[in-house]
Ligand binder design. Structure first.
Ligand code: WTA
Length: 686
């Protein structure tokens, strides 16, 4: 497959500039069949959500929720940039996702769980059953463990119904959940437990992934050890069982610390728990993400603002109706899953499909069989999944009788030709596509077309969604006008209800990372002085559509997963023989980007395959398998500036086979560049 990336990310060609070279594509118009049934068909929405009507426009989203007490102030900016939405309001998120639907929809599927093994039956969880299960778990958390509003619980679970059940049980009590992606290692989980101050970890014995039953409980043991090292004692580990009547782990249960959920829940069968009425501004959950520095940071999301925003965007952009069978093929352990598998769809009483495994298990027809069987009509996934399915089975979709009305992509730029396959072959030209751009920090979509109102354009995310006013600034904070073809830093001029409240435990970092760069006046209480800096490069076409070009910081977007280069480098440095490490993103046909690692060894240590393997191993245990480097190169020395800074730019150019390495003559050790180039481009890699 020839992608725009094939041109190679060169020394002076940033990721941003490569994508700028995608040529402008023509429009695709939403079909009448879609428009005829869409939630949002009134072009007046632009006016309703225009700047003159901000922030009151967001009442429309908050009114989708059921409030215990209505709010008095839509947006309080008195402590800018710590925005407070719907102040004075009280509500409970689990009530909004479950209880309030019972009268009409108790017998409707809330979740349909599709296990990875194709011969294992699907499990349907109706709204009534979800209600019952969530209450029982809430009863256990409250009465069995003494957890209360404001406490944190870390959840390290795979894609099974126990994950949303546990999250919603926390939400019922006002307990703040911190879900760690199931594919992250035990160590990564432990660091996050310590940072959040959780004393309870919820895990599972095992789960299926790519045809194998993985032992997951073993990760919980490592997580607890790691957390202890970081100064946090985990008191209880609750372990769900993946299989009935059989244990999926070889790890022993530690007496007094580890408990099987099914044993504990016996005592709570049939219990009901009064939902705790929470302030709109109370935190609902933490979600960790990577940034420029080594330590992952937890984005703290609010109850009222977040829930209103995901409900509103699920309705307007995902076009979810209660009758829809909606499948967001992402992991709940990432923000996409929180917002658009759990909270948004359930707030709208949709049926949300969850799939345990990998897209191509046992073959590339699997997703389309699932869609056919369940009558999925809204499909949402990442460009990496689309690329994988296209590569492994370009003709598979035609074999199955599903019918999508709408399809979404999220997480990475999608190449126009991949977009067109998605549109024509997967969607059969009958489904609209929304390319949604946003981030963990944002709670919900920032840029996307409004599916019944705006034409689609491959390779473009579209304009800001209703109520979001994006702008592109250059380094001097000058606005780059649309249609100039010049890239810059995309920012959002205004706050919105889904924006994170702060970084958990580090408010200074929140201000510094997201607001410092373009703040017009640090003392101002006026939101107009506080544009949100997203950390992505972007370019705006003459029609106002934004094309997102990728991260401008030290983040590598691997298959839509955000990994910090610094985190990976510090993992490499745990290998005793390694003196220096540099991690660079390299263009990958399927995953968009993958990390490649350069290490220099301590004096007197000879390079060996064993050391290369140790480095790979270190990255996998400390971060997770998703971060597995594509190659490890042991170099005689790192290319450095005269002040001793490692020139990652040069290494990246070499990894990406760029012809132009930039000016290396001013380096401290220019000769080493040629040596490294020989080594890498001569094909010697781990
Ligand atoms: C990238 C995922 C291009 C972007 C919801 C952003 C995208 C990062 C798109 C956030 C898109 C997300 N087109 N790039 N439609 N969506 N990104 O926090 O670089 O896991 O900053 O949130 O993914 O990743 P995160």
């Amino acid at each position: 497959m020839a992608t725009a990336y094939d041109r190679g990310a060169g020394a002076d060609v940033s990721e941003a500039e490569i994508a700028v070279h995608w040529r402008e594509e023509g429009y695709y118009h939403p079909p009448a069949s879609f428009i005829g049934q869409a939630n949002l068909t009134d072009p007046g929405v632009n006016e309703r959500f225009s700047e003159q009507n901000f922030p009151e426009c967001y009442r429309e989203y908050a009114d989708l929720l059921t409030w215990d007490r209505y709010w008095h102030t839509t947006l309080d900016t008195s402590d800018a940039p710590f925005w407070k939405w719907f102040v004075g309001g009280r509500l409970n998120a689990s009530v909004n996702c479950i209880d309030r639907h019972l009268a009409r929809y108790r017998n409707k599927a809330a979740l349909i769980f599709v296990p990875e093994p194709e011969d294992e039956p699907q499990a349907v969880v109706t709204y009534q059953e979800l209600y019952q299960r969530v209450n029982e778990v809430a009863s256990l958390l409250r009465d069995g463990l003494g957890l209360k509003a404001g406490d944190r619980v870390t959840i390290h679970l795979p894609m099974t119904p126990e994950l949303p059940v546990t999250m919603l049980a926390c939400a019922r009590l006002g307990v703040i959940h911190s879900v760690v992606f199931g594919g992250f290692s035990g160590e990564a989980c432990g660091v996050r437990i310590a940072d959040s101050g959780s004393r309870v970890l919820v895990s599972m014995d095992g789960y299926y992934r790519n045809g194998r039953l993985l032992d997951h409980k073993a990760n919980a043991d490592i997580a607890v050890e790691t957390a202890a090292r970081e100064g946090r004692q985990v008191e209880k580990v609750l372990v769900w069982r993946r299989l009935s009547g059989r244990t999926a782990t070889a790890a022993p249960m530690v007496a007094g610390r580890d408990f099987w959920m099914d044993d504990l829940l016996k005592e709570h069968r049939g219990r009901k728990v009064e939902p705790v009425s929470m302030d709109a501004t109370a935190p609902l959950f933490l979600m960790y993400t990577s940034g420029t520095t080594g330590r992952p940071k937890a984005c703290q999301h609010s109850t009222g603002g977040y829930l209103a925003y995901v409900a509103g965007t699920s309705k307007h952009i995902q076009d979810i109706h209660p009758e829809d069978v909606y499948w967001c093929f992402a992991d709940i352990g990432w923000i996409t899953g929180h917002s658009y598998i759990v909270y948004g769809p359930l707030a709208l009483a949709a049926t949300s499909v969850m799939y345990e495994g990998v897209p191509t298990c046992p073959d590339a027809g699997r997703p389309w069989r699932i869609a056919e069987r369940l009558g999925v009509n809204i499909f949402h996934t990442s460009p990496t999944t689309i690329r994988m399915l296209r590569k492994a089975g370009p003709d598979e979709p035609a074999k199955y009788h599903y019918r999508f009305k709408s399809m979404t992509t999220v997480g990475e730029p999608i190449e126009p030709e991949v977009w067109k396959w998605y549109y024509t072959v997967v969607g059969r030209g009958e489904a609209v596509i929304t390319d949604t751009w946003w981030q963990t920090e944002n709670g919900g979509f920032l840029c996307s077309t409004k599916p019944a109102l705006d034409p689609m354009k491959p390779g473009s995310a579209g304009p800001g969604v209703p109520g979001i006013y994006p702008v592109i600034y250059d380094e001097e904070a000058k606005e780059i006008p649309k249609g100039t073809g010049k890239a810059g830093n995309i920012c959002i001029r205004n706050p919105w209800p889904g924006i994170m409240q702060t970084i958990w435990g580090d408010p200074d970092r929140y201000v510094k990372v997201y607001y410092q760069k373009y703040c017009k006046n640090r003392n101002s209480k006026d939101w107009r002085d506080w544009p949100y800096f997203a950390g992505d490069g972007a370019v705006q076409a003459a029609d106002g559509y934004f094309r997102i070009l990728g991260r401008i910081d030290d983040v590598i977007n691997v298959a839509g997963h955000r990994l910090g280069t610094k985190e990976l480098e510090s993992a490499c440095l745990t290998v005793a023989e390694v003196a220096e490490a540099a991690v660079v993103p390299v263009a990958d046909e399927l995953k968009g980007r993958m990390p490649e690692v350069y290490v220099a060894l301590k004096p007197g240590v000879a390079p060996s395959r064993e050391i290369e393997q140790k480095v790979i191993q270190a990255v996998e245990t400390i971060v997770g398998k998703i971060a597995r480097p594509r190659a490890v190169y042991i170099v005689p020395d790192m290319p450095k500036t005269r002040s001793g800074k490692i020139m990652r730019r040069v290494l990246s150019a070499i990894s990406n086979r760029s012809k132009d390495l930039g000016d290396v003559t001013t380096l401290l050790n220019p000769d080493v560049v040629e040596q490294i180039k020989q080594m890498v481009q001569g094909g010697k890699a781990a």
